[in-house]
Structures are given as structure tokens and as C-alpha cells.
Design a protein around this ligand. Structure first.
Ligand code: 5AD
Ligand code: SF4
Length: 446
């Protein structure tokens, strides 16, 4: 490599969309240090794993992934290897002990300190930062670069969580709930729109608990959505992930009245059993959740609902599981994520008696079969309907584009390549396992 060549950065992202956003921001921060992104670890000068600690499997994957980089490090001793994200936060120094080839460990609240950490590792030292600093990392990161980008973007508005569900590591890895000031978010959103973004997904571990500082007082998520609604050129707004107890009236109303807010809502319930919900510290009942769904559907009848479920939580009986199945039957989800309970050290539920893993496996299979049926039914019901598709990229077939409908279904359409980044009316003609196909009707003006 000649002196002028930029250094190459390979980031591998695990876990949630907040990590996707953080990886983009880390790449930008390291851009200041002369790094450009590469999509393979083979020619990288720095490899960063942006990790997830939510379930045991996700965390263990990191150690096996690191093992795979041994050969690369042996061939290129200058290669720097870093671990970021929630495993970094939870396991810190332990990572360097288990994998001595790791040069850098950075927790999710410290990414703005990456330039200094990079200088340290460039000198052959190790760097570790898993503080929860007073300063807000986003406010200490430079403005985002001005390069043109794709039509959809994530924007983190809130981090951390104060809910302390008994199974969850987030309050420990991401810390207490913090909301970014509204004006920063609006500036970042306008900037994204100037660079070609048409759809913004507001992110937060508990996004509907957002309560950022505004010029005349506190701003809620509904307020923020209405302010984003006024940005010309921004056509779609989404948000994730929400807690049922933070779905306030204004936010429910916005689903019926704000044209740019898309009819899709990810609203995890985790279980349909009141006993388990209580043991999980969810602070609501199954009936309250179902009533909430009724109100949301009252505001926006065609909304597509998505959820998260955990089976095999300590103490879950057959009846508790049947209650979860009954809740799913009652709600009808268009999309869902379901998991076997995974013990997370340091969380309250980790101390409790675990249930038989075979029983948990059987339950997971039954629940997933039901959720899959519902997902397929709702997708099939789209056939014959007209939807609006925001084209994101070229499809696999020549002349084909792929985009997302309002309901977040992937839709394949034959359309001119220059329609990427535009929204068009599409008639749905086909539903296959994971996507829809349709024919182009007309373009909708931006
Ligand atoms: N075990 C299994 N699933 C979990 N989740 C969070 N913690 C655990 C755990 N310990 C799931 C929840 C949450 C989603 C992001 O991950 O369903 O909503
Ligand atoms: Fe974890 Fe979500 Fe519960 Fe917060 S609300 S503790 S992030 S599951």
C-alpha cells in the first residue's frame, strides 16, 4: 500500500437497526481519520464488529467471528480489530482477555471518542472505552458528510431504556433512557432529505418514550412526527421500537391523521399471559394490549402490526403459552419476531428456575407456525390492491426495481431504473414467500 492510499475499514453489524445507524456514524467518524469503507474483511486495515448482546447466541457468535480473523491478523500484523456495541459494553476487558488480538473495545455511548482511540491503537496500544459519558455522543460527532445516499435512512432519536423488563439487557448495555434534542433531529432529517432520502425511520430502544428538549418545552414523539411532516421532500416517516405503555393518544391519532406516517407499527407484547407479563415486569395486561390495538386500528384500520414474542420464560406453563397463542389469534400480525427465552447474566429473570428447553422449542415452533400463517395471509390479501412503493434498488431481474409498500412489504416491479428513489402507485399481482410483485401504475409527485 502506498502512503497516499486511504486506510480501509470493514464494519460488520449485528442486531437491531440502532446498530445499523451506529455503524454508519462510526464509519463517518473514522472517515475523519482517513478511513474509507470496504465490504470485505480481507483487504481491511481495521475491522470493527458492531455487536448485539440481546440473546446468548448473538453474543457467542462474536467470539467465533473473532476467531476467524486470526489468519488475517497473522498475515497483516498492522490490522486493527475492534469490538463495538452491546457485547463491548457488557463484557469490556473480558473480550481482550478471551481474544488477545482485539485492539479496541468501544461501548455504544463512546463512539465519538473513536478518533482518539484509533490514534492509540495506531501506536500499538490497546484502547478500551465503555463509559456512559455525560456528553451526548451524537452532539460530539461532526455533522454527517454531504454525499448523496439511498432513499431510506434510519435516524436515532432516543437511546437506552428505563423499563427494566426482567429478561432484557438493554437497560444495562445501553443505559438510562436519553432523548436527543428535537432541533438536532430536525437538522439531521433535513440534511438527509437534501441528500436524497425520502423515508426516515426514527429509532430508539423505546422510541415512543421520546421526550426531547424543544425550543418551547418538551417534545413528544407525536410532536416530532408532526414537525418532520413539514419537511418538504420527506415523504415517509416510520418509527421503531415502541412499548405499549407509551402509545399516547396523540401518537395513536397521528396514525389516522398524518399522511406521511406509514401504516405499520411494531408493538412488542412478548407474552399473552397476564401472569407472565407480570413476571416479565411489562406493566400491562394482555387485555390492555388488545384494547390498545383496537384503538390504533380505530385510528388507522389498515395498519399492519408487528410484534416480538418470547416463549419459555421462567415459570411459563402450557396455559400461559396457550394465552400467547390466543393473543396472536386475536391480533393477527402481518410481521413478527419470536424467540426462545435466553438467560442474560445480571437480569432479574436469570436467577429464576428455567423451563425444559425441549418444551420451549416445541412452543417456539408452534408459535412461529401460527405467526407465519398470519403473515402469509395478510401478504396474500394484498394481491389485487393498489399500494404506493418507494423504489430502493435494482432487482435481480433486468428492468426490475425493488421497493417497499406503505406496509413495509418488499415489492418487485418492472420499472425504469431512473425511478429509484421515487414513489409510484403499483397494482399487486402476486404474493410469494417473502415478497410481493406488482405492475406499475403511475408515479406520485414528490
Ligand atoms: N431472551 C429472548 N429474547 C429476548 N429479547 C430481549 N431479551 C431477550 C431474552 N433475554 C427479545 C424481545 C425484544 C427483542 C428485541 O428481543 O422480544 O422485544
Ligand atoms: Fe428491553 Fe424493550 Fe423492555 Fe426496554 S422495553 S427493557 S429495551 S424489552
Amino acid at each position: 500500500m502506498s502512503k497516499q492510499d486511504p486506510k480501509k475499514l470493514f464494519i460488520k453489524t449485528y442486531g437491531c437497526q440502532m446498530n445499523v445507524y451506529d455503524s454508519e456514524r462510526m464509519a463517518e467518524v473514522l472517515g475523519e481519520k482517513g478511513y474509507v469503507s470496504t465490504d470485505t474483511p480481507d483487504d481491511a486495515d481495521m475491522i470493527l464488529l458492531n455487536t448485539c448482546h440481546i440473546r446468548e447466541k448473538a453474543a457467542e457468535k462474536i467470539y467465533s467471528e473473532l476467531g476467524r480473523f486470526k489468519g488475517l491478523k497473522a498475515a497483516k500484523p498492522d490490522l486493527k480489530i475492534g469490538v463495538a456495541g452491546c457485547v463491548a459494553q457488557a463484557e469490556g476487558q473480558e473480550i481482550m482477555r478471551r481474544q488477545p488480538m482485539v485492539d479496541l473495545v468501544v461501548g455504544p455511548q463512546s463512539y465519538h471518542r473513536l478518533p482518539q482511540m484509533e490514534e492509540q491503537v495506531a501506536k500499538g496500544r490497546k484502547a478500551l472505552d465503555t463509559d456512559f459519558p455525560e456528553e451526548d455522543k451524537f452532539e460530539h460527532m461532526k455533522a454527517r458528510p454531504k454525499a448523496q445516499r439511498g432513499p431510506t435512512a434510519f435516524l436515532t432519536v432516543q437511546e437506552g431504556c428505563d423499563k427494566f423488563c426482567a429478561f432484557c439487557v438493554v437497560p444495562y448495555t445501553r443505559g438510562a433512557e436519553v432523548s436527543r434534542p428535537a432541533d438536532r433531529i430536525l437538522t439531521e432529517a433535513r440534511d438527509l432529505v437534501d441528500r436524497g432520502v425520502r423515508e426516515i425511520t426514527l429509532l430508539g430502544q423505546n422510541v415512543n418514550a421520546y421526550h426531547g428538549a424543544g425550543p418551547t418545552g418538551e417534545v413528544t414523539l407525536a410532536d416530532l412526527i408532526w414537525q418532520l411532516n413539514d419537511i418538504d421532500g420527506l415523504q415517509r416517516i416510520r418509527f421503531t421500537t415502541s412499548h405499549p405503555n407509551d402509545m399516547d393518544d396523540a401518537l395513536i391519532d397521528a396514525h389516522g391523521t398524518c399522511d406521511k406516517l406509514m401504516p405499520y407499527l411494531h408493538l412488542p407484547v412478548q407474552s399473552g399471559s397476564d401472569r407472565i407479563l407480570k413476571a416479565m415486569n411489562r406493566k400491562h395486561t394482555a387485555e390492555e394490549y388488545i384494547n390498545l390495538i383496537d384503538r390504533i386500528r380505530g385510528a388507522r384500520p389498515d395498519i399492519l402490526l408487528s410484534g416480538d414474542f418470547i416463549v419459555g420464560f421462567p415459570g411459563e406453563t402450557d396455559q400461559d403459552f396457550e394465552d400467547t397463542m390466543a393473543l396472536v389469534e386475536a391480533v393477527k400480525y402481518g410481521q413478527a419476531y419470536s424467540f426462545k427465552y435466553s438467560t442474560r447474566p445480571g437480569t432479574p429473570a436469570a436467577e429464576r428456575a428455567q423451563i425444559d428447553p425441549d418444551v420451549a422449542n416445541d412452543r417456539l415452533q408452534r408459535l412461529q407456525a401460527l405467526l407465519k400463517d398470519q403473515q402469509r395471509d395478510i401478504q396474500n390479501q394484498m394481491v389485487g390492491r393498489e399500494v404506493a412503493v418507494l423504489f430502493e434498488k435494482a432487482g435481480r431481474l433486468p428492468g426490475q426495481l425493488i421497493g417497499k409498500s406503505e406496509y413495509l412489504h418488499a415489492v418487485h416491479v418492472h420499472a425504469p431504473a431512473d425511478m429509484q428513489g421515487q414513489i409510484a402507485r403499483v397494482q399487486i399481482t402476486e404474493s410469494s414467500s417473502n415478497s410481493l410483485a406488482g405492475t406499475l401504475l403511475q408515479t406520485v409527485a414528490a
